[in-house]
Ligand binder design. Structure first.
Ligand code: ADP
Ligand code: X2W
Length: 300
């Protein structure tokens, strides 16, 4: 048999294996959060765009939410503005908020929209301000103070959490068969902007849209234990213990929190997957094994 014929047979086999997944997920909403290293590597950016376009073409409803932490970080550095994180959240003063809005709502959002369009998709980019998609309130962060021997509230500036999602604009976009690309900027009743961790926005959107899946792409293989091995099939109690003993920290804290909240609120499954792997999204959707860490609403 010629090599071409073998290659064609392989393709036919792969497509046939994908068939049950296509049937299962057709018409279903899948919220995908794109962030971490995958966004900085042009080849991975391209493979992500192709995966999303393919999902749309086979009848799924991908909703893309993006981060942009590294891109915000590098512009802040160029502008000589110092930045620090508390529990995975960037402390955001007014000056930093301007940069966040510029980077997330501007360059990063349009880069993703443009790569989806270049690959044959129809994408529209919005921030949470468009159509008041994301109503936000100021996030309250509390810390244990050894001096007071009690917890105290610390002010981390214009950092928000999602108060409410108004899906009207999203439905208009989806009904017109476009792929929505959402920047995690929220707005309050007075029109103030808030910097929201992109995982939190993806989680809330998945909840409100009762998505089939919430997929959080990141720059690690999944949720890792102390030895650096991937953890799968986690329960709420196990996660609490891992937070308590410091195994889960930094940016993984909001990620795991919203992955759990989403499944508790009716999303069928949440996945923390390795965005450094080319075609990570398709590998997760179209294979039995999936990749990364799967969180379902398993009782403890
Ligand atoms: N238990 C853990 N397993 C995996 N990553 C962890 C864990 N605890 C902390 N992290 C950190 O969380 C980071 C992922 O969060 P973050 O940097 O915010 O990713 P992203 O930009 O993709 O949202 C990892 O790169 C890692 O440094
Ligand atoms: C409050 C807060 O921390 N907001 C994030 C928003 C971007 C983000 O979430 O980006 P990644 O997903 O790439 O980390 C930030 O300022 O970096």
């Amino acid at each position: 048999m010629s090599l071409n014929r073998d290659a064609a047979l392989n393709i036919a086999q792969v497509l046939t294996e994908a068939l049950p997944y296509i049937q299962r997920f057709t018409g279903k909403t899948i919220v995908v959060k794109f962030g971490g290293n995958a966004m900085v590597d042009p080849a991975l950016h391209e493979s992500f765009a192709r995966d999303i376009v393919l999902m749309k073409l086979v009848g799924m409803n991908p909703v893309v939410v993006h981060g942009g932490g590294p891109q915000i970080g590098s512009l802040l550095e160029k502008l000589n503005i110092k930045s620090e994180f508390i529990d995975g959240m960037r402390v955001t003063d007014a000056e930093t908020m301007d940069v966040v809005e510029m980077v997330l709502g501007g360059s990063v959002n349009k880069e993703i929209v443009s790569s989806l369009n270049r690959n044959g998709g129809k994408a529209i980019g919005v921030t949470g301000k468009d159509g008041q998609l994301i109503r936000a309130r100021k996030m309250q962060v509390s810390r244990h103070s050894p001096e007071l021997n009690a917890s105290e509230i610390i002010d981390i500036g214009h950092v928000g959490e999602v108060d409410q999602i108004d899906t009207e604009v999203l439905n208009v976009i989806l009904d017109s068969n476009f792929i929505p690309v959402i920047a995690p900027i929220g707005v309050d009743g007075e029109g103030n902007s808030y910097n929201i961790n992109a995982d939190l926005v993806a989680g809330k959107l998945a909840e409100v849209m009762q998505a089939e899946k919430l997929m959080l792409l990141t720059n690690v293989a999944g949720l890792l234990d102390k030895e650096g091995d991937i953890l799968t099939g986690l329960s709420t109690t196990e996660v609490d213990e891992l937070i308590e003993d410091g195994t889960i920290s930094g940016g993984m804290l909001p990620k795991i929190g919203c992955a759990l909240d989403a499944v508790k609120s009716g999303v069928a499954s949440s996945h923390i997957i390795d965005g450094r792997v080319p075609h990570a999204v398709l590998l997760e959707i179209f294979t039995n094994e999936g990749i990364g860490t799967l969180i379902t609403n398993r009782r403890d």
